[in-house]
Design a protein around this ligand. Structure first.
Ligand code: MN
Length: 128
């Protein structure tokens, strides 16, 4: 069975690019455009990994990550922050906040799927 990955990202172009790259690599991708929708999808159909944009309309990515970690149904799922490159310090803060890792945006189209695969197999928070 292919691993399923939930991408929570409000920018439609970023969402589609990440989806395309992961589908090409053989993953099953679930999409959500905001935190509330993402939490619903994760509860109904828990994925193997969540990629979480930090800046979302309404509930932000850190709050949504905490919701996932507070639920017995989803707390085992690694949650990787998608951080904007311009936001200096977001990466370190994301790990302090409890994310399992982070990837910088804009994503690198050549390395993205490989980075995601490493988060899927890693059991401890890490930097790539
Ligand atoms: Mn955003």
């Amino acid at each position: 069975m292919n691993s399923s990955i939930l991408i929570i990202e409000d920018n439609p172009l970023n969402l589609q690019l990440a989806t395309d790259l992961l589908e090409i690599a053989g993953y099953y991708v679930l999409q959500a455009a905001d935190a509330e929708q993402g939490l619903r999808v994760a509860a109904e159909n828990p994925p193997h990994l969540v990629l979480m944009d930090l800046s979302l309309p309404g509930m932000d990515g850190a709050a949504a990550m905490r919701e996932l970690k507070n639920s017995a149904r989803t707390r085992h799922i690694p949650v990787v922050a998608l951080t904007a490159h311009a936001m200096k310090g977001d990466d370190v803060q994301a790990l302090r906040d409890g994310f399992d890792g982070y990837l910088e945006k804009p994503i690198n189209t050549r390395t993205f799927a490989g980075q995601v695969s490493r988060f899927l197999t890693s059991k401890t928070p890490m930097l790539i």
